[in-house]
Design a protein around this ligand. Structure first.
Ligand SMILES: Cc1cc2nc3c(=O)[nH]c(=O)nc-3n(C[C@H](O)[C@H](O)[C@H](O)COP(=O)(O)O)c2cc1C
Length: 295
């Protein structure tokens, strides 16, 4: 075996991102059925009478426990602990479902939750590709090769199909077939859109940052990709008349949580955003802060 292959075999032994849940079917059999009809309720916010300067109005309950400091790079801290901590602690995360093709035109479809919209003007998105033993993620390779993708939203009714596409299929195998999801044509990029998604965003790669200084033997490079939208597609009947707002009841977004958990939105609340000049007369605290501002 070559030195590189030995490194990959060793790296595979330490790589435990994909959790082995052997009795999952048994566990799930005990759970209640998914309620497809459940409406999304709107409640008051947690503290509707909140005043400026009040912090968390819980009589200090949220300040009782102290924090435990962690060095993510300490030699005794396994990488998997950072993975588990981050995916459970930064949650829920939207799932960007990426459709890409390689330069031969072979299609790929995979979910990524190190994903976010980062601006609207221009519309920009970010996706993080984790390092793994051996080769880089096929989606990353395709983005580097062709610079194009479609970002598709993930609704509750799609989650089994979407989750299935995260399988470590051999390079060139199309997850479209694995999932049974349907293709719709794109106009500004080659990869097809996911017909079942409420919202598709065609996009082109603007920037790539690879983390060479952090690469470990036998592991692929980790990278972050910045994508600029070139076209939007919104499913008819899911948005208002000028396509400026998608109905949450129709989108039914799924968020990724820690472990192998996903979350749905069953309840929301609202808080209006305020203007300084309108709020100052209503608050002694803001009046005193207003006096200290630089003229
Ligand atoms: C919901 C979900 C979110 C995921 N998020 C990420 C992510 O943000 N970054 C990443 O590198 N892998 C992520 N994965 C794992 C990839 O989807 C998985 O490695 C997949 O096989 C990559 O496919 P590809 O090699 O065809 O691109 C996620 C998996 C699931 C199920």
């Amino acid at each position: 075996m070559h030195e590189k292959q030995c490194d990959t075999v060793a790296a595979e032994k330490n790589y435990k991102i994909v959790q082995d849940i052997s009795n999952f079917a048994e566990t799930e059999a005990q759970r209640q059925e998914f309620d497809h009809q459940r409406p999304i309720e709107i409640s008051k916010s947690p503290y509707p009478e909140w005043k400026y300067g009040e912090g968390v109005p819980d009589n200090g309950a949220s300040l009782v426990q102290r924090h435990h400091e962690i060095d993510p790079y300490h030699p005794d801290r396994p990488m998997i602990n950072n993975y588990r901590l981050l995916v459970s602690g930064i949650a829920p995360r939207p799932v960007g479902f990426l459709s890409t093709v390689n330069k031969e035109g072979q299609k790929n479809l995979s979910p990524f939750s190190y994903f976010q919209v980062v601006d609207h003007d221009p519309p920009m998105f970010i996706v993080g590709f984790s390092s793994r033993p051996g080769r880089v993620k096929d989606t990353y390779r395709n983005l580097k090769e062709t610079g194009e993708c479609v970002i598709n939203t993930v609704s509750e009714n799609m989650i089994e199909a979407v989750n299935a596409t995260s399988i470590d299929a051999p390079y060139g195998v199309s997850e479209w077939e694995i999932s049974g999801l349907h293709e719709a044509p794109s106009t500004t990029v080659t990869p097809p859109r996911v017909a079942e998604s409420v919202f598709n965003i065609e996009g082109k790669v603007i920037d790539i940052k690879e983390f060479h200084d952090h690469q470990k033997p036998g592991m692929s490079i980790a990278a972050t990709v910045l994508i600029k939208a070139t076209r939007f597609w919104v499913k008819e009947g899911t948005a208002n008349s000028d396509y400026s707002h998608i109905d949450l009841e129709k989108l039914r977004p799924v968020g990724q949580l820690g472990g192998v958990s996903y979350g749905r939105i069953s309840s929301t609340f609202e808080r209006p955003r305020k203007k300084w000049d309108e709020e100052v007369p209503n608050s002694e605290l803001l009046v005193s802060l207003d006096k200290t501002r630089s003229k």
